[in-house]
Each structure stands twice: as C-alpha cells, then as structure tokens.
Design a protein around this ligand. Structure first.
Ligand SMILES: [Zn+2]
Length: 261
C-alpha cells in the first residue's frame, strides 16, 4: 500500500512539475498561468499534447523543438523530475493521510519559489499571498478530519512564529534578507507547525545553516564577493523539505545524543 502511494505521488509530481515550469516561466514576467497555451519561445509553434508529456517528450525530442529544432533548456525535464522525486518523498513520509494534499502543495510551492528566487532574486507575492492561506486551510481541514484539531492551531502558530523570527532578522540585517524571505518563512512555518515545533526549528535552522555554509564556501573560493546578494529562499526551501522528510529522526537523534531523551 505504501509503495502504491509513493508511486502515485511520483506520477502526480511529474504532472505538477510540468505546471511548475509554466509558473516558474510566467509568474516573474507577470503573465497568466492558464493562458495562452504553451508555445516554443523561439518560433512560437504551439506545443501539442504529445510533445508535452513530462520527461519523455524532452528525451524523445532530444531536447529540441519539433518545428524549429531550437534547444529546449534541460531545466524543464529537471524541474519535472525534481517535483516527481519530492512528491514521492512526501508520499513516503506522510503516507495516505488527510494531510497529504497539504504537504504536496507545500512541496510544490517550495520547489517553484526556490527556482524563481535562484533565477530572479525575488519571491513573488503572487505565490506566497494566495498559497499561505490555502495551505493553512488544507492543513486545518486535515487536522479536523484526522481528529487532531489542535494541529490546525499549531500550523497557524508555527506560521506566526517563523514570520516573527525572520522579520526580526530582516530588520536587524536588511541587506541579507528581504521581505520575500519573511513571507516565505510564514508559509514554511504553517507547514512545519502542523508537524510540530521540533520540525519548525529543524526547518528554519537547517535553512540558515545550509545558506551560511554555501555563502562561506562561495566567499572562500572567491566565486562570490562580500557584496553579492545571495538568494536565501532556496536554502529555506531545502531546509523545510528536509524537515518534512527527515525532521522526526533528526530531532530524536539530537535528543538522544544530548541525553535529553
Ligand atoms: Zn520552435
């Protein structure tokens, strides 16, 4: 049963990965995500359903447009594959549970925001504003259906706590962190808050640790200078996904190591 859930989530992830490409491409440009239908950016030829199958079409077309043979970025199949893998991991961790739709939305949003922030140094309000309340509603509903209504409240408090913590940091060091990161933290706090306070800590600290280590490595190797603005969203996103997939074992391991449990 568990493997069926994982496999189904992987398939769903490939499809939603395809939609993620559309959102990553159009949201920063201010476009609509439903119209017009997808077309080749080079020649404008419409992309037919048979050339729009996640992963497979790109491989079969050898990464080129069918009409003009312009190379299609490997980012498209990579985003599809990454969404499939992340959905499979969430399916494995959360299982067949009322909270599964909420955590799939959580994972999808984090992936989309991570790619957009890495490319544009921006986290669009058009994503965080509607999707944070949507996530909260989905998880509150799941909490009630699972007979654990307090988890819904925990999700709300997790979002407020992470928002407040990052707002304080952003005000102290306005250069390092933007308001987009603060709003992303609220979204992350809602998802991880549903799981528990330990997961909120693992997710947010994990993101900071990761971002700090990468920033230091880039500075040390002189790939980036001190004045370069590093996007912080991708690290927060990875930390949050890590907390969903491996948060519990990490917390238990830490408590055992320090003799607290
Ligand atoms: Zn073309």
């Amino acid at each position: 049963m568990a493997s069926v859930t994982v496999l189904a989530c992987f398939g769903l992830g490939l499809l939603f990965g395809s939609f993620a490409n559309v959102v990553i491409h159009r949201i920063p440009a201010g476009g609509s995500v439903v119209a017009p239908p997808s077309a080749c950016p080079a020649c404008g030829a419409g992309i037919t359903p048979r050339d729009n199958v996640p992963l497979l079409s790109w491989v079969l077309l050898r990464g080129r447009c069918r009409s003009c043979a312009t190379a299609i970025s490997a980012r498209y199949p990579l985003v599809e594959l990454a969404t499939g893998v992340v959905f499979a991991l969430v399916g494995w961790r959360v299982g067949l549970d009322w909270a599964l739709p909420g955590f799939l939305l959580f994972a999808w949003t984090l992936l989309v925001i991570a790619v957009i922030d890495a490319e544009t140094r921006r986290i669009p309000n058009r994503l965080t504003y509607p999707l944070t309340p949507a996530l909260l509603v989905l998880l509150m509903l799941a909490a009630v259906l699972n007979g654990e209504p307090l988890r819904g409240l925990q999700a709300l408090l997790g979002g407020l706590a992470a928002f407040t913590a990052l707002l304080a940091l952003a005000l102290m060091s306005p250069r390092g962190m933007g308001m987009g990161d603060v709003k992303l933290a609220a979204f992350i706090g809602v998802g991880l808050g549903y799981l528990g306070w330990g997961e909120v800590l693992v997710g947010v600290f994990g993101g900071f640790l990761l971002g700090g280590v990468v920033a230091m490595a880039l500075l040390a190797t002189r790939l980036r200078g001190r004045k370069d603005l590093l996007p912080f969203g991708p690290y927060l996103a990875v930390g949050a996904l890590l907390a969903v997939v491996a948060g519990r074992p990490l917390i238990d391991g830490y408590l055992r190591l320090t003799g607290l449990a």
